[in-house]
Design a protein around this ligand. Structure first.
Ligand code: SF4
Length: 454
């Protein structure tokens, strides 16, 4: 039985796409392996959001292709965003590479690789191959978004990602995603509902809906009774018996309306956490980023969601050191962090991205200033986040028990509805269940607790 190794770089969307590819190989009679010596097919799912991610994938594949191959017939392939932007040129970088497939072709990867492997096994190759098959598929495919629907057999996991749309039509000046993931394409609601029902039947309790700009799901569909297609989808999924929790990522202020804010008042399964990228607190910088809204709109959305769901945890992404960012602009970002009191924030130092508008902008900020602002903002974010976590000590929380703690297998780990990790004593709750827990301690970003019997 041949085996396949799939290594994934990048976001949750990539994780989900890799799972789709893996499930097709399994259905084709392959086994999944993490052993590079054992694999007959080796695939890397790539990310192009930053240069570093691309260099990492190129470096890894270069090493794999250069090693003395115990199995000269091995099929080497790249998938995903880097393929969409670099395509054929990747064969110049790594001559032994066989397959390059873009973001519309995940559902074709198994057929392409299996055909190639079978032909090589038929030829009884014994000598190492110097040049790969150089098969490149990066074109458009009608309905490709509907192909990301299969899941690996449940390995005791009570959570799952569900891809509901692909692509992004925003034009943020620093971002390469619109060119690698293409236009926004939504899946039919019925397909998503069926997929979630099947997951629940297999023991999944929590589902996270994925999309580059998830609240624009079904944007071409009419608003019905004041509700967008996205909110109607949330309602339909909410009605599925056995589904305990619903999450989604990542939303954008554009297309984020009152109906979605209201959903937090009447959909209790909708978790009390939203990851809502802010990027900058300065309107001048948002304009340079080509994010077409005023920061006050973003801040008001956060505050109205907190009014709708008082215990809502809000996390965000922030870029510091964007070209032209003055100290005043930076102070506006810091003030926004103080105003919203984020539960956490991922802070990125701006790094120029090939083929983006921002990379060609004047007034690029020097590394020293980027690091200073990064460090200063991190202190603020950590102070606020720790205070918000400390405030949970002594409270009762419901956690979805996910499995053994990553740092101590004698303990169990779960997550609150606010997506905060909680460690409890081992054997005090069942994995895959929602357990009532009293929070007894907090160490910054990790909570500790004990299961309450009442
Ligand atoms: S919203 Fe902006 S940052 Fe997000 S994926 Fe789209 S273009 Fe990129």
């Amino acid at each position: 039985m041949p085996s396949v190794l799939i290594k994934t770089y990048g976001c949750q969307m990539n994780e989900r796409d890799s799972e789709q590819v893996a499930s097709m190989f399994l259905a084709g009679g392959y086994t999944l392996t993490q052993d590079e010596k054992e694999a007959d097919v080796i695939l890397i799912n790539t990310c192009a959001v930053r240069e570093k991610a691309e260099l990492k994938a190129l470096g890894k594949m270069g090493l794999l292709c250069a090693r003395p191959a115990a199995k000269p017939w091995v099929v080497y392939g790249f998938m995903g965003c880097m393929c969409q932007s670099r395509a054929q040129s990747l064969f110049r970088d790594i001559e032994r590479l066989d397959v390059v497939t873009g973001t519309r072709h995940y559902h074709n990867v198994y057929a392409i690789c299996n055909r190639l492997l079978r032909s090589r096994l038929g030829m009884n190759i014994t000598e190492p191959l110097r040049r790969g098959a150089h098969i490149c598929e990066v074109g458009e495919v009608e309905g490709f978004q509907n192909e990301i629907r299969d899941h690996l057999p449940p390995a005791g996991s009570c959570t799952a990602f569900v891809s509901i749309m692909q692509g992004c039509e925003m034009r943020c000046s620093y971002c390469i995603v619109p060119s690698t993931r293409g236009a926004e394409c939504s899946r039919p609601a019925q397909d998503i509902i069926r997929e979630v029902r099947e997951l629940v039947d297999r023991g999944v309790k929590e589902v996270t809906l994925l999309g580059q700009i998830v609240n624009r799901y079904g944007k071409d569909e009419p608003v019905v009774d004041g509700k967008s297609a996205f909110v109607r989808l949330l309602e339909s999924l909410h009605d599925i018996d056995g589904l305990e929790r619903l999450r989604f990522t990542s939303p954008h202020p554009i297309g984020f309306r009152e109906d979605l804010v209201n959903a937090y008042t009447y959909l209790p399964k909708l978790c009390s956490h939203i990851h809502f990228p802010m990027q900058s607190g300065s309107d001048r910088i948002l304009q340079l980023m080509r994010r077409p809204y005023k920061n006050e709109k973003y801040l008001r959305l956060c505050e109205s969601m907190r009014e709708a769901r008082p215990d809502l945890a809000i996390t965000t992404d922030i870029i510091v050191g964007f070209p032209g960012e003055t100290d005043e602009d930076y102070q506006e970002t810091k003030a926004a962090v103080e105003r919203i009191q984020f539960d956490n924030a991922f802070i990125f130092q701006y790094s120029p991205r090939r083929d983006t508008v921002a990379a060609a902008m004047n007034n690029q900020i020097c590394l020293r200033v980027k690091e200073e602002r990064n460090h200063d903002l991190l202190e603020t974010v950590n102070r606020i986040a720790t205070a918000r976590n400390m405030a949970l000590v002594g409270t009762e929380q419901s956690i979805l028990v996910e499995g053994p703690s990553k740092t101590n297998p004698d303990r169990l780990q779960g997550r609150t509805s606010q997506n905060k990790p909680v460690i409890i004593p081992g054997g005090t709750a069942q994995v895959g269940t929602i357990a009532p827990v009293r929070i007894t301690e907090c160490t910054g970003f990790t909570l500790y607790g004990e299961v309450t019997t009442d």
